[in-house]
Design a protein around this ligand. Structure first.
Ligand code: SF4
Ligand code: SF4
Length: 320
């Protein structure tokens, strides 16, 4: 049995919505089959007022053992470092976060806001938001770079806007079934099992990428979205084309570019007009290259690929 406490800071509830749509296992399966005991969750918890404050205090004191603390949303520090713009259960949420992270065996930051600060922390960051252990790419965040939970792990970062339900349910199950030791984390503290490969891995448009055949409109049933529509699939670490959404599709399969939502720099280019859904180029060459590819090699490769492109690559890729 693993006690899970889930709180939300500066959040839109998107990760909760995603989690509640989990299927294999579902949120109910986690309770009935995998030994998860949800102490409290903003959409599921029954306690209110004094009862909730007592439950939280008991978690802090250790009267209730806190196995996993899941935090969704940013840690809001405004105004002037007080955090009072985000009060919860009688005090600034940031004060609960400070104490509960110190009491938990494992701490999970869920979604971009909790991991890196996400959209709220984009300049000028009026809510003085931080992720739990990062602010964008900078290690530290609210808890500091040296933070380790009681079990000796740093914050486990599960980014995404929102995160896929499987990414969080499988991490919760691993911890609840005593397999937390198998959680290998990358440099950004993301579980490698999900975040080692790229969004592009498994994309149905890889042949179009290779032949430099471009999609020019959303939803087009041919072409790769990298060359014109700003797809960040080749430089974004996510399993979106391996662990499909709703078990059947992904953004790029549906003809929408990957926006790189699992990376700390998301949203890219500070959402400047004309920078979203559009490939940023310099002299016709994309500013952001697929990871590990240098610009001169890219120019040679794409020139050869385009001239070798077969006629079928321009056709609709769907057969029904
Ligand atoms: S659509 Fe995106 S993920 Fe798919 S092949 Fe093109 S660049 Fe890669
Ligand atoms: S396809 Fe890209 S933007 Fe969409 S969820 Fe996956 S990583 Fe995020």
């Amino acid at each position: 049995m693993a006690n899970v406490l889930w709180l939300q800071g500066g959040a839109c509830s998107g990760n909760t919505m995603s989690f509640l749509n989990a299927e294999e296992p579902s949120a109910c399966d986690l309770v009935s089959d995998f030994g998860i005991n949800v102490l409290w969750h903003p959409s599921l918890g029954m306690e209110m007022g004094d009862n909730l404050q007592k439950l939280l205090r008991d978690c802090v004191s250790g009267a209730i053992p806190l196995d996993i603390f899941v935090f969704e949303g940013t840690v809001v520090n405004a105004p002037n470092g007080t955090g009072t713009w985000n009060r919860f259960a009688g005090r600034p949420m940031k004060d609960w976060v400070q104490e509960l992270t110190g009491a938990a065996q494992f701490v999970v930051a869920l979604g971009d806001c909790a991991t890196w600060g996400g959209i709220p922390a984009t300049a000028p960051n009026p809510s003085d938001s931080k992720g739990l252990q990062f602010l964008k790419k900078q290690h530290g965040g609210f808890l500091g770079a040296g933070f380790k939970s009681k079990a000796g792990l740093p914050v486990v970062n599960i980014p995404g806007c929102p995160a896929h339900p499987d990414w969080v349910t499988q991490v919760l199950v691993a911890v609840a079934t005593g397999r937390a030791g198998e959680l290998e984390l990358d440099d950004l503290q993301r579980p490698k099992t999900f975040f080692k490969s790229f969004t592009q891995t498994g994309c149905t448009r890889n042949m179009h990428f290779a032949y430099k055949v471009s999609a020019t409109e959303f939803g087009q049933r041919k072409g790769c979205l990298f060359y014109d529509l700003g797809c960040r699939g080749p430089m974004t670490h996510s399993p979106c084309n391996r662990v499909l959404w709703n078990r059947q599709s992904s953004k790029t399969r549906a003809g929408m570019p990957c926006l790189g939502c699992t990376e700390p720099e998301f949203p890219f280019f500070d959402l400047a007009p004309g920078s979203v859904f559009k490939t940023q180029t310099m002299m016709g060459v994309p500013k952001d290259m697929p990871e590990g590819v240098d610009k001169s090699a890219y120019i040679k490769l794409t020139a050869a690929a385009k001239s070798a492109s077969p006629a079928w690559a321009e056709k609709d890729i769907f057969v029904v």
